[in-house]
Design a protein around this ligand. Structure first.
Ligand SMILES: Cc1cc2nc3c(=O)[nH]c(=O)nc-3n(C[C@H](O)[C@H](O)[C@H](O)COP(=O)(O)OP(=O)(O)OC[C@H]3O[C@@H](n4cnc5c(N)ncnc54)[C@H](O)[C@@H]3O)c2cc1C
Length: 324
């Protein structure tokens, strides 16, 4: 089986999920198959990293920084037409969301998103994917002619190793693009760096309003934890963007992650599922966050916060002690 992996570029190199996609491709390609990586921009980094693939094709090699979705789509459509892969793997990422469905429609392929597992079954592939916002796992049997959008963190990264020889040069289709990248704005990393925090108290939409945030802030302080939020909390202006955990926020790996009123959508789990110890409090016994948590309680988060505050007042040593 021929599998085409579409690398996931950042403005400076490639996102780690690019190497995970190579592992995913190996899972299905079979002994006589071939894994090709389409490296979007960054030819030097592609040559240093993608040696675990059988072939690496450099596209948009003249592009400095992050390619636009439009340029990537045009270049990839011509590569798919020439190479005719059986399966195309793309990351479930900002750029991947623009590329995957477009490519499937343009190249008349099927498309499955939120993929978390792959298994070869004879000539077919069994694809595990999340549906209904991660509440259910589905298994689909597919044949050739499919674009799969892979959830980051679902596969081990393939070893990062140099490509032997030069990159193959793909056709950078000459097109009059209607979009161009004018710059990348990064939030200033001042004040808080969640990626370095050993304890994080994260609140979800259940926190309600400013009053809830103030209580959570006090509790975080008593626990020597950083306060974080899910995206709705940040979008609602209750916490600053640097405190958002998840796909479009920070990827964190603290010793303790205390999630209060967070449902556990795939985009949130992507940012925190590898925390050492996850404690989840939710009033919904079927909340998906319970699937990744090590300790759970089905109860009202405000009752939990009141009880924990009391406990810490009585026993302040617990706040400074071991995270678990
Ligand atoms: C491209 C893209 C990127 C995204 N990036 C991110 C990201 O970076 N981070 C992120 O978090 N999301 C992200 N999202 C959004 C994500 O899909 C979810 O919508 C979001 O994570 C849900 O946040 P939540 O769990 O706070 O809210 P909800 O899903 O509304 O869940 C609220 C939870 O609180 C519980 N609850 C309510 N009240 C109480 C109470 N009193 N006591 C106990 N439990 C209570 C409910 O049972 C529920 O489980 C992204 C989405 C997309 C499409």
């Amino acid at each position: 089986m021929k599998v085409l992996v579409i690398s996931d570029p950042s403005d400076i190199a490639f996102e780690p999920v690019s190497l995970e996609l190579i592992t995913a491709a190996r899972t299905v390609c079979g002994d006589d198959g071939e894994v090709t990586v389409a490296a979007l921009g960054h030819p030097t980094e592609a040559k240093e990293q993608f040696g675990a693939a059988d072939k690496v094709v450099g596209l948009l090699s003249e592009t400095e920084g992050l390619p636009t979705a439009e340029a990537a789509q045009v270049a990839l459509a011509s590569l798919v037409a020439e190479d005719r892969p059986d399966v195309v793997l793309v990351a479930y990422s900002a750029l991947g969301l623009d590329i995957g469905p477009w490519l499937a429609a343009r190249c008349d392929m099927d498309m499955l998103a939120y993929v978390t597992g792959l298994e070869r079954a004879g000539a077919d592939i069994l694809v595990r994917s999340q549906i209904y916002g991660g509440k259910l796992d589905a298994t689909s049997r597919i044949g050739a002619g499919c674009v799969l959008s892979i959830t980051p963190g679902s596969f081990e990264a393939a070893p990062s190793q140099p490509v032997v020889g030069d990159l193959k040069r793909g056709t950078d289709a000459e097109a009059a693009y209607s979009t161009r990248l004018t710059g990348v704005d990064r939030p200033e990393l001042t004040g808080v760096d969640l990626t370095q925090a050993n304890r994080i108290l994260c609140v979800g939409r259940g926190i309600g309003d400013e009053t809830g945030i103030e209580q959570a802030r006090g509790l975080a302080s008593a626990l020597s934890a950083e306060l974080a939020g899910s995206r709705p909390v940040v979008d609602g202006g209750l916490l600053e963007k640097l405190r958002q955990v998840g796909k479009s926020g920070q990827k964190v790996k603290p010793g303790l992650y205390l999630a209060l009123g967070v449902s556990g959508a795939p985009e949130h789990l992507e940012g925190m599922a590898s925390a050492e110890s996850i404690v989840a409090i939710n009033s919904d016994p079927d909340a998906p966050i319970f699937n990744v948590a090590h300790y759970v309680a089905t109860c009202d988060m405000f009752d939990f916060m009141d009880a924990l505050e009391e406990l810490l007042e009585e026993n302040p040593v617990a706040a400074a002690g071991d995270a678990a």
